[in-house]
Design a protein around this ligand. Structure first.
Ligand code: GRF
Length: 213
């Protein structure tokens, strides 16, 4: 059974959906630990309820990026995970860390990258007047929200949308997308090869883009 470590900073709803997907047997992996950079992240309660070990590496105690990364690496050396999933993890990891876990480190970002990297994506999407928005699952590289794109989920933007309504629509689509993609990675159907995402033949016919009304 492959091992997943999920990194969070907040609510943890993507964590919850991923854990359920694994527990229901749709993904041949187990979430073996949840790492948070915030001791008060509400998502830690989800992990506790599901009896998943939690590891808090408080960002305030390790303001230097390399020091934070080093502590996390020590924990990972013990856990030996196959996959590291950033699901609402709001801290940047250093270049050395990212290189070490290249091809195993996956992030979900709430926009159709390369549009709107960084923060406040829903607000910026509304300001820009885009008609389609969504989320992207990508391999992480040393640049912010710029790693190789694996898959995207697309939602419509309506004239009456607010940040809250748009955010809720995107989040719901994220809950569908992330577990499916992680499961395909676990099955070896999606890999990173020299910076290029490679898909198993069985996936080539299917678009790696999902539309939700
Ligand atoms: C999601 O929108 C994710 O794309 C972004 O942060 C949010 C996390 O939500 N990176 P949750 O903590 O999983 O509810």
């Amino acid at each position: 059974m492959q091992k997943i470590v999920v990194f969070i900073s907040g609510r943890g709803t993507n964590l919850s959906y991923l854990v359920d997907f694994c527990e229901r047997g749709f993904c041949a992996a187990k979430v073996v630990a949840v790492i948070s950079d915030r001791p008060d992240a509400p998502g830690l309660n989800i992990a506790l309820q599901k009896k998943i070990p939690i590891i808090v590496v408080d960002r305030r105690l390790y303001p230097v990026c390399e020091a934070f990364d080093y502590i996390v690496e020590q924990k990972l050396d013990i856990l030996q995970p196959n996959w590291l999933v950033l699901a609402g993890f709001m801290k940047r990891l250093g270049a050395r860390f990212v290189k070490k876990y290249e091809g195993k480190l996956i992030n979900i970002h709430p926009s159709l990258l390369p549009s709107f990297p960084g923060l406040d994506t829903h607000h910026r999407a509304l300001l820009a007047g885009v008609k389609w928005h969504g989320a992207t699952v990508h391999f992480v590289n040393e640049e912010l929200d710029a790693g190789s794109i694996i898959a995207q989920t697309v939602v419509p933007v309506y004239l009456h949308d607010t940040v809250d309504t748009l955010q809720a629509r995107v989040l719901s689509a994220e809950h569908n997308l992330l577990p499916k993609i992680i499961s395909l990675c676990v099955e070896g159907k999606i890999t990173l090869d020299n910076g290029d995402v490679k898909y198993d033949r069985s996936l080539i016919e299917n678009s790696m883009s999902y539309y939700y009304e």
